[in-house]
Design a protein around this ligand. Structure first.
Ligand code: CA
Length: 451
């Protein structure tokens, strides 16, 4: 059973046509597990802080999920970057799942929840618009930076090895049709509906002519549980961030059909977003947090640091997995488990710079893609595109990112001058021009939106 405490939330999911039966996505209300972080504080001491930039508060509660997207937050804590910029009481709180993160954000830190943290997209929009909150209450959120690009993948159960399920699935229609006719549709999972992981798996299937709504059963399962389900043979595929997707290869229960870096090189992934009321009340503290995260992102992108990064993340208080599971993907080394090997650092999770420029800067054109993709699959109504600019200008605070970057002394060449990254291209040749999202929707063969 789906256990949502609020009928409105259930209604939202049903309206959106999401199949989440057999799945528990119950938010953990109350105190999240907060890690008491005695940071190693290897950063420059607080004394160097410009008094004019001193934060209004030293405290913030940030949620994260144990996947590689969280690395900049964890590194900012463990390497003492939060403290360096005056956020000496910043706390990270591991979230049980994405529904719990949303519930804790609704509560806020005053009620034992969180002020913000790591989000899949477009969750900050869905929360700001009251689409996934209790009673559809609108809780304004601000997107402050992108945490990472790449580092995600689509994992397939071993029983489907050798059936043509690679990056391109054009030759596998009979496999999906066969399973459907036997009443055992191909089951694919993501960690939360209508956000990144759902979009990656849908894009990948639809590009090969498989209709994710008609030919597949899509459902929400927390990553750890999906691995268990794949072992027992009840799950055919899932999409999530490392280390889970690469872990199934290590554990020999599946293979990687596609890395998200192959579907869309340098694609937008997960973001740091915080409640608008917290940011409005604490503008200097917000920039202090951003500076700490930007410094952490630069540290994470130095490949000489990646063995240490894998070690930090593997800790019991964080991912609680062997560092050996993390290090290969972090170095761009993927054994996909079906005979392909990748050894290319540009394919790894990246945090500061990628082949298109800045990773950290939150491009408004990427927010528009997530909203457009939401329209494509019927998650949001078509008039979303008419109002998209207004919505994006409210939620995306690239202006704060730029102020923080300047205060941090980031070279002008590394500060984007446009809120659009321009035309994006996917592995199947489809193009998304942020100036004309409707043309993108019209170019797609498989979609729910009638455009
Ligand atoms: Ca992800």
């Amino acid at each position: 059973m789906v256990k949502f405490s609020q009928s409105s939330r259930r209604q939202f999911l049903i309206t959106a046509g999401v199949s989440a039966l057999g799945v528990t996505l119950k938010g953990c209300l109350g105190n999240p597990p907060t890690r008491d972080t005695k940071s190693t504080n290897q950063a420059t001491p607080l004394a160097s802080l410009d008094p004019a930039q001193a934060p209004e508060t030293k405290t913030v509660q940030l949620g994260y999920l144990p996947i590689v997207e969280a690395a900049p937050l964890i590194v900012a804590q463990e390497k003492g970057f939060f403290a360096k910029y005056g956020m000496t009481e910043a706390k990270l709180a591991k979230q049980a799942n994405w529904g719990a993160a949303r519930d804790n954000l609704e509560i806020g830190s005053a009620g034992g929840g969180i002020d913000g943290g790591q989000w899949q997209m477009p969750m900050p929009y869905l929360i700001s618009e009251g689409k996934i909150t209790k009673g559809n209450v609108k809780i304004p959120m601000y997107i402050l930076c992108q945490l990472n690009t790449q580092g995600n993948g689509i994992a397939i159960a071993s029983k489907h090895a050798g059936k043509g399920l690679g990056l391109k699935v054009d030759s596998t229609k009979s496999l999906f049709a066969g399973l459907k006719s036997e009443g055992t549709k191909f089951k694919a999972a993501y960690t939360y509906p209508q956000v990144n992981q759902d979009f990656w798996i849908r894009y990948w299937l639809a590009a090969g002519g498989i209709d994710p709504d008609a030919d597949v059963e899509l459902l929400t399962v927390p990553a750890a549980q999906t691995v268990a389900n794949m072992k027992t043979g009840t799950m055919d595929a899932f999409s999530t961030g490392d280390p889970w997707s690469s872990r199934i290869v290590k554990d020999q229960i599946g293979f990687l059909s596609a890395l998200t870096a192959e579907i869309w090189k340098a694609h937008p992934e997960e973001y740091l977003a915080i409640r608008g009321d917290w940011v409005d009340k604490n503008p200097k503290a917000t920039k202090a947090l951003l500076k700490a995260v930007m410094e952490a992102q630069q540290w994470c992108d130095n490949f000489d640091n990646r063995p240490e990064l894998a070690k930090i993340l593997s800790g019991r208080g964080y991912f609680n997995v062997p560092a050996s599971v993390l290090i290969d993907p972090f170095m761009g080394k993927y054994d996909t488990g079906d005979g392909r090997t990748i050894d290319d650092k540009t394919m790894a999770a990246l945090y500061w710079k990628d082949s298109k420029g800045s990773v950290s800067y939150p491009y408004k054109s990427h927010d528009l893609w997530f909203l457009t993709e939401s329209v494509r699959w019927g998650f949001l109504p078509p008039d979303t595109l008419t109002n998209a600019k207004t919505m994006i200008d409210k939620v995306n605070r690239e202006d704060i990112w730029k102020e923080a970057a300047k205060e941090l002394g980031i070279p002008a060449a590394d500060i984007p001058t446009s809120t659009s990254r321009g035309v994006e291209e996917f592995f199947d040749g489809i193009k998304f021009d942020p100036e004309n999202p409707m043309a993108y929707l019209q170019s797609l063969k498989i979609k729910k939106a009638k455009v």
